[in-house]
Every structure is written in structure tokens, then in C-alpha cells.
Design a protein around this ligand. Structure first.
Ligand SMILES: [Zn+2]
Length: 387
């Protein structure tokens, strides 16, 4: 970024009349689950067993992990998302593949090896010592390299023993700037299971808190079935909730109480949560977010949705100096959008009453067909075929 305009010799692209936004930030998505997007008929725990785990098993193979990671990141860029917090799988090869592909594209990416040492198929389980060794090597290799950062990533409390969660807490404290990402309180059956597995904990969230996993760089996906003490703890820690409305609707997990999170002062960002979510698009995610709040008689403005998907997420990730806005000093992660595609959206755009009306209609009716181009650190990484 420079304060002076470039000279006449610079190439110019005219996007007059279009909507130009910072690239979207997706704070919860799984790179190893593209193969199960849109799979029929399950709630969370059954979903994991029958769809997710078989797909994640395939990520043990290096070639598959590379191809899948490339496909995944290109698909994110093709929806205007330039930053993501990603769960690969338990296999270090899946983490290396994802970071390598993100580095090639210049993307800001947060990810880490999924930790799970129980309640999963044998080939998807690690153990405390092996996992610690693998994580330390991955942190050494990737954390703080270019735009990449490592996240300590226990899948969720049921698939990690107390010993493994304690190890995760030690890891998190072992280097500055490490993130922590996991799932919490997504589904009532899951919450009951956690209560059985961890009888000493006050709540599901408390399982993580007791192991030092609740901090300002923590991202908790879902957070639907929380209580007020949980919300107070999240706020006090400066942790954020990655709200995943598409996934919550698709799996029937529940309706996130955004107003309660906001009243407690918790930062809320958006995750598409593919494969539980049905689209990588933040537009579709925001539109689903609006509908989830509408079910509770509340209305999310387009402003609030866009904030959560850009600067709000950047601030919660402590990355607002780099991403989430066009402030001086940030990198040029930029998405260029057409306001409308097709006769219906075009008509709606033409009759919009004001800026919010126009933006809300774009958010509700648009999708990746509206995306003209995506730039990462000033480099064009996606361009729509213009017919
Ligand atoms: Zn998830």
C-alpha cells in the first residue's frame, strides 16, 4: 500500500459501477470435507460417522491432499473469500498440503492438524505423544511463515482425551501468536455426550477453559447451546464465535442466539462450515444468517453481516492491520462484485430505495456468479469468465 497514486505506466482495470469489498474472511471451514457437501440425511454425530470420517480418511494420501487443498482454496477464491481458518484432517500431510497451496496463492490462512485420540476410526486417531511431536514440527515449519499461522485444533471435546486437551493447552502456550480453533455446543446430543465424558466440567465450554484453550486467539465454531456464564467467559477471554448458519440449518443443529452473544460483548464472525454447510460462499452464509435471526424475530442488517465477514472477523483474529478493510497499511485482498446478475436481481437492483436496500438485495440474491474478480495481496487470483 502506498499513499501516492501509481504513475501512468501502471495497468488499470476499470470496475466503475461495481461493488468493491475487502476479501471475505471465513472463520470456520473444513478442507477435507468437500466430498460430503450436500450429503443427505444426518444430524451431527451420525454425520461425522457416516460422511465426514470416511471423507477425511482419504486425506492421508499426499496426492489426494494436494489436489483437494488446491481445489478447496481455488473454490474459496472463486467465492470472494481470501482468508480462512481451516480444519484439514488429523494427518500432517493434509496440513502441509493446505499450507503449501495457500502459500502458492499468497493467502492469509490459519490452520492446524486436527487432534483426535478417541471416538473416531482407528486410522483417524492419533495419540498424545505422537500428536504433540507432529504439531511441534508443523508449528516450526509453518507458523508465522509469510501469511500463514498455525492453530491448535482439537476437533471437539468428545474426540480428545483429557490428556490430549492438556497437551493442546501446553502447545498453545508454547509460541506467540498461535490460534486455537474447535467446535463447541453445536447440537444437544453432543452437549449431553460432553457432560457424560467430562463430569467435572461446569459446561462444554468449560472443558476447553480448564485446559487453557480459551484465549483471545480462540475461535469456537457454533456456540448455539451456551449459557450466560459461558458467554461471560468467552467475552472475558476475548475469544470469538464462528457462526455457521448454513451448517446449523442443514444439520438441524439449532438457531444461534446472536443477540445474547452481542449483549455479552462476544465477537461474532461467519463460517461456512463446509461440509456441514452447503456452500463455500459468504454471501449464501450471510443470507442464511439473516434467516436464522429472522426465526427469532430479529433482523440482521447487511451492515452487520458484512462487518462480521470482513473487519469484524479481522479484529477478532487480531489481524485488522492486514485484512478486513482498505485502511492504509492493509494488504490488497479485494473482491470485485457485480451488483446483480440475471433479470430478476437486475430489476431488484434498479428499484432499490437506498444503499442498504441495494446491499441487502445483493447479499440475499447474489452468489459467486456476481463475483467479477478476486485479488490476493494485489495479485488477481480469480477472474470470472465473461461471456
Ligand atoms: Zn466444523
Amino acid at each position: 500500500m502506498q499513499a501516492e497514486p501509481p504513475g501512468e505506466g501502471w495497468p488499470r482495470e476499470d470496475h466503475g459501477g461495481r461493488l468493491i469489498l475487502p476479501g471475505f474472511i471465513d472463520t470456520h471451514v473444513h478442507s477435507g470435507q468437500l466430498d460430503v457437501i450436500g450429503a443427505y440425511g444426518s444430524a451431527l454425530l451420525d454425520w461425522l460417522e457416516h460422511h465426514t470420517f470416511p471423507a477425511e480418511l482419504r486425506m492421508a494420501e499426499a496426492g489426494h491432499a494436494q489436489r483437494t487443498s488446491a481445489l478447496f482454496l481455488d473454490a474459496l477464491l472463486a467465492t470472494g473469500t481470501t482468508t480462512a481458518a481451516v480444519f484439514p484432517t488429523v494427518h500432517p500431510v493434509s496440513v502441509n498440503a493446505l499450507f503449501e497451496q495457500a502459500e502458492t496463492r499468497g493467502m492469509r490462512l490459519i490452520a492446524g492438524k486436527v487432534l483426535m485420540d478417541r471416538h473416531a476410526p482407528e486410522a483417524l486417531r492419533d495419540d498424545v505423544e505422537g500428536a504433540e511431536r507432529e504439531c511441534r514440527a508443523l508449528i516450526e515449519r509453518w507458523h508465522g511463515r509469510g501469511r500463514l499461522a498455525y492453530a491448535v485444533t482439537p476437533r471437539f471435546a468428545p474426540t480428545s482425551s483429557d490428556e490430549q486437551l492438556a497437551m493442546a493447552g501446553r502447545l498453545l502456550a508454547s509460541a506467540p501468536g498461535l490460534y486455537m480453533q474447535t467446535h463447541v455446543a453445536e447440537n444437544p446430543d453432543e452437549v449431553r455426550w460432553v457432560a457424560e465424558l467430562f463430569p467435572a466440567a461446569r459446561s462444554y465450554l468449560d472443558v476447553y477453559a480448564r485446559h487453557g484453550l480459551l484465549g483471545e486467539r480462540a475461535i469456537f465454531a457454533h456456540g448455539i447451546w451456551l449459557d450466560d456464564p459461558d458467554r461471560a467467559a468467552l467475552h472475558a477471554a476475548g475469544a470469538q464465535i464462528a457462526h455457521c448458519p448454513s451448517s446449523n440449518l442443514f444439520l438441524g443443529s439449532g438457531l444461534f442466539d446472536w443477540a445474547a452473544a452481542e449483549a455479552a460483548g462476544i465477537a461474532v464472525s461467519f463460517g461456512c462450515d463446509v461440509g456441514g454447510g452447503t456452500s463455500l460462499s459468504m454471501l449464501r452464509t450471510m443470507a442464511d444468517g439473516y434467516k436464522v435471526q429472522a426465526m427469532a424475530g430479529r433482523r440482521l442488517t447487511a451492515w452487520k453481516c458484512l462487518y462480521a465477514a470482513t473487519l469484524g472477523a479481522a479484529r477478532a483474529l487480531r489481524l485488522a492491520h492486514e485484512i478486513g478493510s482498505f485502511a492504509l497499511g492493509t494488504l490488497a485482498d479485494v473482491a470485485v462484485w457485480d451488483w446483480a446478475v440475471g433479470p430478476v436481481a437486475t430489476r431488484r437492483h434498479e428499484v432499490a430505495r437506498d444503499v442498504h436496500d441495494r446491499l441487502f438485495a445483493w447479499m440475499t440474491l447474489g452468489d459467486e456468479r456476481n463475483l467479477v474478480a478476486t485479488y490476493v495481496a494485489g495479485q488477481r487470483r480469480h477472474a470470472r469468465d465473461i461471456r
